[in-house]
Design a protein around this ligand. Structure first.
Ligand SMILES: Nc1ncnc2c1ncn2[C@@H]1O[C@H](COP(=O)(O)OP(=O)(O)OP(=O)(O)O)[C@@H](O)[C@H]1O
Ligand SMILES: [Mg+2]
Length: 243
């Protein structure tokens, strides 16, 4: 069977800067993979290329065996990949429920027109990520950072995704909020979701991942179990030493 996500010899240049340098990796079905590296290593740029927000300079991106390197972002979302953003990007004027509704649009335009069933789905999604019924009518300005991260996750789930890319999901959260998001990810792993997770919070990342890929200057410097990557000499000098 083809892998949910397969990246091969990916290169992204911004003018003279090589942001992704001949990067290859595979994420297997139901696997949860960590992507780590120092600030500016190119983690977010990898996500942007998987989603089609930036076109790769060369190399290929396959989703369930299909080359998506030239597909539009909505097409990629339809094929089952979706991401969250390092800085949450909700629609400020919309409520929690309305923001989740927007996430469903590419897949479910027809149901969106038939309001009621869709409304129930939004409520279900909002509650499943940990919102209280009293939160559903709030706007993003009234939410904590933890709630904004939950909203990012719910919007991603609303697309019907099966491969979820999480960019710095733990950034800016309290210890209690980190625990809540981590248990949400664990639950989704049990339900069969495939994950690629970027996190500077290695302590939070460790129990969530089957393997870790470390990059620096856009190139892979290590890949293996969490422990193997933490013990890698290049990772220690370029990332952990500097941290
Ligand atoms: N649109 C862009 N135009 C030019 N350079 C860019 C662009 N986006 C990113 N870069 C550069 O590409 C490199 C990788 O950036 P990226 O944001 O992917 O790193 P990152 O690993 O996500 O960093 P952080 O941990 O700080 O989030 C950096 O040098 C960055 O300045
Ligand atoms: Mg980033």
């Amino acid at each position: 069977m083809s892998h949910p996500l397969q990246i091969d010899k990916l290169v992204k240049r911004f003018g003279g800067l090589v942001a992704t340098d001949n990067l290859s990796f595979t994420v297997e079905q139901g696997q949860s993979v960590g992507l780590i590296g120092p600030n500016g290593a190119g983690k977010t740029t990898v996500f942007a290329q998987i989603m089609g927000e930036h076109r790769q300079t060369s190399g290929s991106i396959r989703l369930y065996g299909k080359d998506i390197g030239a597909a539009s972002t909505p097409e990629r979302i339809r094929l089952g990949v979706s991401r969250t953003y390092q800085v949450p990007r909700p629609f400020a004027e919309m409520t929690v429920l309305e923001n989740i509704r927007v996430g469903q649009m590419p897949n479910n335009l027809w149901q969106m027109i038939r309001r009621k069933p869709q409304h129930e789905k939004e409520v279900e999604l909002a509650l499943s990520v940990g919102f209280l019924p009293s939160d559903l009518g709030k706007t993003p300005g009234e939410l904590s950072m933890g709630d904004l991260r939950k909203l990012e996750m719910a919007r991603t789930m609303a697309t019907g995704t099966s491969v979820m890319l999480l960019d710095e999901v733990f950034a800016g959260l309290t210890v209690a909020e980190i625990a809540q998001i981590a248990s949400l990810i664990q639950q989704m792993r049990k339900d069969g979701m495939t994950f690629l997770i970027v996190s500077h919070d290695l302590k939070a990342l460790e129990p969530l991942v089957d393997k870790v890929i470390a990059i620096n200057y856009g190139a892979r410097i290590a890949e293996g179990t969490f422990a193997e990557v933490m013990n890698n000499a290049d990772v220690r000098s370029s990332y952990l030493g500097a941290a």
